[in-house]
Design a protein around this ligand. Structure first.
Ligand SMILES: Cc1cc2nc3c(=O)[nH]c(=O)nc-3n(C[C@H](O)[C@H](O)[C@H](O)COP(=O)(O)OP(=O)(O)OC[C@H]3O[C@@H](n4cnc5c(N)ncnc54)[C@H](O)[C@@H]3O)c2cc1C
Length: 500
């Protein structure tokens, strides 16, 4: 790039909830700053467009998985994938964001060059053509998992003659009416797929190695819908959102402090639907509630499917896939025409972009989170990694708001670099990045950034606290260095809009 002007002030990677959220915050809070969104897929929505399995839905309520700036107006607060996409499409159109999205453009690499205070970014379009552009700030809304490859537990399907399907790549032509289906896994995806397929399939069996804590709740939130009757959509949304934030917080802390009481409440609910003779072991994980995310069973759909005889849960270890089904180590045989491997995601950091600073590759596992948003000693780069104990978008909103504050502070001070400075001889005490035992997290800890015990060098899991800190603490906090590059005068002049 030989041009003097930066192509964009901000390059956002990803047109999912996080990227679109950042664009909407920028439209409102930094309206004179230019930005583009690079999106590798043909559609927006990220997760909510990629996953097409039957019944795909949120397991958080949309009053917290929705953005703070846009009320969720549907009657159901547990939403299906298409409703979430519709919400995002509306935001993009009403806020004139669509023209900023460059679909079918994958960001391959990004190199920070201090002298001109720019990220030099390489993109590849769907035809394989490479393009370069520059941006002063990089905002990664690229999600947290590998879009190309799900987690592979290494099954050998050997003699199995049926069809094997992974939820991440659901085939449009999958016919399952009257078929025997085995869904391997016990996470949110399996818990969603089993009752959804049970309508048409002959029988759907969820085969779990380890049970998951499950809780039932109505998909419609009566409180939310009542609020909408008496207040404006905006006010009703705010009230319900706050109620749900507080409830999530209360439930999480109660599970951590009084696990036995929470277990009892969860068992009582299941018993109220499945009856006193239900197999409790199938619902009793070897860990406490909220050591991993709880699985939602909206409107008791899974339990009802079990009551009808169309769905079942089996706990066991797979010995082999045989011609007509799955053999378990204890000898049991589960007949299957279709096997769904709901075995989880493979985590990926920074959208698999080769990030470097001055040509030196960045290994994120050597950098500390700063305010759950930026990284130690990496300039002008922010990221969204949502809460594990609350909805993803709560974090996306506070990070977008914070980065807009940083951009405004940079403008006000006439600087073009913002970098959280951590001296080499720091004495930070390390903390586990995720205090969660879930397999996909444990498998990926080694690639995750570092986490210290004390704020700001951590990815906190306490939205209420984070929100206050991120909104009220001064941007210029003595840790975030705000400075000028050698060519600051031209760098902070308005950029040209690159032809991407
Ligand atoms: C099945 C499923 C259900 C979930 N349900 C919930 C829930 O109920 N509640 C909750 O809080 N969380 C849930 N999550 C987590 C969920 O991913 C987040 O809620 C949220 O959708 C993440 O949004 P995002 O924009 O950060 O990432 P994504 O939705 O993953 O979007 C990232 C986007 O970035 C693009 N991208 C990635 N890398 C690049 C690159 N290098 N160049 C260009 N583009 C790139 C991708 O194509 C994608 O469009 C769920 C996840 C899954 C998989």
């Amino acid at each position: 790039m030989t041009s003097q002007a930066t192509d964009y002030d901000v390059l956002i990677v990803g047109a999912g909830l996080s990227g679109i959220g950042m664009a909407a915050h920028m439209k409102e809070k930094t309206p004179d700053r230019s930005f583009a969104i690079a999106e590798r897929r043909e559609n927006l929505g990220g997760t909510w467009d990629l996953f097409r399995y039957p019944g795909v839905r949120s397991d958080s309520d949309m009053h917290t998985l929705g953005f703070e700036f846009e009320p969720w107006k549907h009657e159901k607060s547990i939403a299906d994938g298409p409703a979430i996409l519709e919400y995002l499409e509306r935001i993009v159109d009403e806020r004139d964001i669509r023209r900023h999205i460059r679909f079918r453009h994958t960001v391959k690499s990004a190199d920070w060059q201090e002298a001109d205070a720019r990220w030099h970014v390489t993109l590849e379009n769907a035809e394989g053509e490479r393009k370069l552009l520059t941006a002063n700030f990089l905002y990664l809304g690229s999600g947290y998992y590998d879009y190309d490859q799900p987690y592979d537990p290494g099954f050998d399907f050997g003699e199995f003659e049926g069809r094997v399907v992974h939820p991440q790549f659901w085939p449009d032509d999958l016919e399952y009416a009257g078929k025997q289906v085995v869904v391997v896994g016990s996470g949110a995806t399996a818990v969603t797929i089993v009752p959804s397929m049970a309508d048409k399939a002959a029988k759907v069996t969820m085969l779990q190695r380890t049970p998951t804590w499950m809780f039932g709740r109505p998909a419609k939130d009566k409180f939310a819908n009542f609020m909408r009757k008496i207040f404006s959509e905006e006010t009703a949304y705010k009230i319900t959102r706050w109620k749900n934030v507080k409830m999530q917080d209360f439930m999480f802390k109660r599970a951590r402090t009084k696990p036995d009481r929470v277990k009892k409440a969860l068992f009582d609910h299941i018993e109220s639907v499945l009856g006193p003779d239900y197999d409790r072991t199938a619902f009793t994980p070897p860990y406490d509630p909220w050591d991993q995310r709880l699985c939602l069973v909206p409107d008791n759909d899974l339990f009802d499917a079990m009551n009808s005889g169309k769905a079942a849960i089996e706990t066991g270890h797979i010995a082999a896939f045989e011609k007509g089904g799955v053999r378990l180590k204890d000898g049991r045989f589960l007949p299957a025409d279709i096997v769904v491997t709901a075995t989880g995601l493979k985590l990926a950091v920074a959208g698999k972009i080769a990030v470097s600073v001055g040509g030196v590759p960045v290994d994120f596992s050597e950098h500390y989170y700063y305010k759950g948003c930026m990284f130690s000693n990496i300039p002008n780069l922010a990221v969204v990694f949502g809460y594990l104990n609350a909805s993803w978008t709560l974090r996306a909103d506070i990070n977008s708001d914070y980065v807009c504050r940083v951009l405004n502070e940079m403008e006000a001070k006439g600087v073009d670099i913002a970098v959280p400075v951590l001296p080499e001889d720091h004495d930070l005490e390390d903390d586990d990045i995720f205090d969660f035992s879930s397999g996909y997290i444990q498998r990926s800890k080694h690639i995750m950034p570092k986490n210290a015990v004390n704020f700001p060098w951590r990815l906190n899991q306490e939205y209420v606290v984070d929100r206050k800190l991120m909104r009220t603490e001064p941007v210029d906090d003595g840790v975030l260095a705000l400075r000028k590059s050698e060519r600051a005068d031209s760098a902070i002049s308005r950029p040209r809009e690159a032809a991407l």
